[in-house]
Design a binder for this molecule. Structure first.
Ligand SMILES: NC(=O)c1ccc[n+]([C@@H]2O[C@H](COP(=O)([O-])OP(=O)(O)OC[C@H]3O[C@@H](n4cnc5c(N)ncnc54)[C@H](OP(=O)(O)O)[C@@H]3O)[C@@H](O)[C@H]2O)c1
Length: 298
């Protein structure tokens, strides 16, 4: 029997948040959405340091997904928004949690960029953090929750890989060129992509909500990373098109700048050691099955 919980979710309107709210509600949990806009149940304003105190009342778990999109040109202003929306958002939630008589658990998004940019070795959760702007963002994002860990509150960070969805993210951008037969490997194609299907990521959050043993950093990725070359070939097969138009590294850099270097061209071989140990079961561990399901069924 699942114990029903009351869950406050920031960023509930986003790519991950929307199906997560549905999945939690379908399992009998009560979801409260915390949003900057009028769509949520409760409002907050991260830059003004404002959070409706009623949002925290009798909450069992806080899930923090909110953050400025990383998929944009990284001007100085954009970088500040990417960093501060996550770090200041975490601080605001952490302060509010610490004021509660019964402190809710804190489950937050993070990214595999914690490990850096070029790390094709097998990266488990114990691996050290690496280079780059996003690694710095994730260190500060996770670090902002340290007061909760110090106070004995359960804290889990889902270091999320490339989320495969038709609705948004990397796959959504690649789909049209691949369907037109204009797809191809990126750069050398040797770089590893550590990916996860959106339904499996949602299931990992639900798993983290319902299992008190889930704490600390959690690599939220499928069991096997693939090279960009293999990803390209598999996606071409699934959409039934050739993949003969490589996208050279120099073009990626010219189009996307630093963002391209740290995302599209990154080479990270991340392994989900903790999820495996905790007994999490992936619905779609294979890339081909995930792509077929994501493109033609979900
Ligand atoms: N999708 C991926 O591939 C991926 C990979 C690694 C990590 N992650 C992380 O996982 C989390 C959820 O991802 P997602 O793809 O669902 O994100 P998303 O679709 O971009 O949505 C995030 C939500 O954050 C809120 N938000 C946006 N800009 C904000 C700002 N400047 N300040 C405060 N809140 C802001 C918005 O909610 P409101 O408008 O309702 O406030 C938005 O719906 C993010 O933190 C992301 O960095 C995602």
């Amino acid at each position: 029997m699942i114990e029903p919980k009351t869950i406050l979710i920031s960023g509930a309107t986003g790519l991950v948040g929307q199906p997560l709210c549905e999945a939690l509600q379908a399992r009998g949990h009560t979801v409260r959405q915390l949003s900057r806009g009028a769509n949520g149940d409760f409002k907050w304003d991260v830059s003004a340091g404002q959070l409706d105190p009623a949002s925290m009342q009798d909450v069992d778990v806080v899930i923090h997904l909110a953050g400025e999109s990383v998929a944009q040109r990284w001007t100085a202003a954009a970088k500040a928004r990417i960093l501060l929306s996550r770090v200041d958002g975490t601080k605001l939630l952490v302060d509010a949690i610490l004021q509660q008589a019964k402190r809710p658990a804190f489950i937050a998004a993070s990214g595999i960029s914690y490990y850096g940019i070029i790390r094709p070795d097998s990266l488990e959760e114990s691996a050290a953090s690496g280079d780059g702007f996003l690694a710095e963002v994730t260190r500060q994002w996770e670090g902002a929750a340290q007061p909760l860990s110090d106070a004995g509150v359960r804290v889990a960070f889902l270091r999320t890989g490339i989320v495969l969805s038709r609705q948004g993210g990397a796959l959504a951008k690649m789909l049209l060129p691949f369907k037109l037969g204009l797809g191809g490997r990126i750069g050398s194609g040797q770089q590893l992509m550590s990916w996860i299907s959106l339904p499996d990521l949602v299931a990992a959050y639900v798993f983290a909500v319902e299992n008190k043993a889930v704490d600390g950093p959690i690599n939220a990725v499928a069991p096997s990373p693939v090279s960009n070359q293999e990803f390209t070939k598999t996606l071409g097969c699934v959409v039934g098109r050739p993949t003969i138009f490589p996208l050279p590294r120099a073009i990626v850099k010219a189009l996307f700048g630093e963002m391209g270097k740290e995302t599209v061209l990154s080479d990270l071989g991340v392994l989900p050691k903790r999820l495996t140990q905790l007994g999490f079961e992936w619905q779609t561990p294979s890339l081909a099955a995930t792509l077929r399901q994501t493109i033609y069924q979900d």
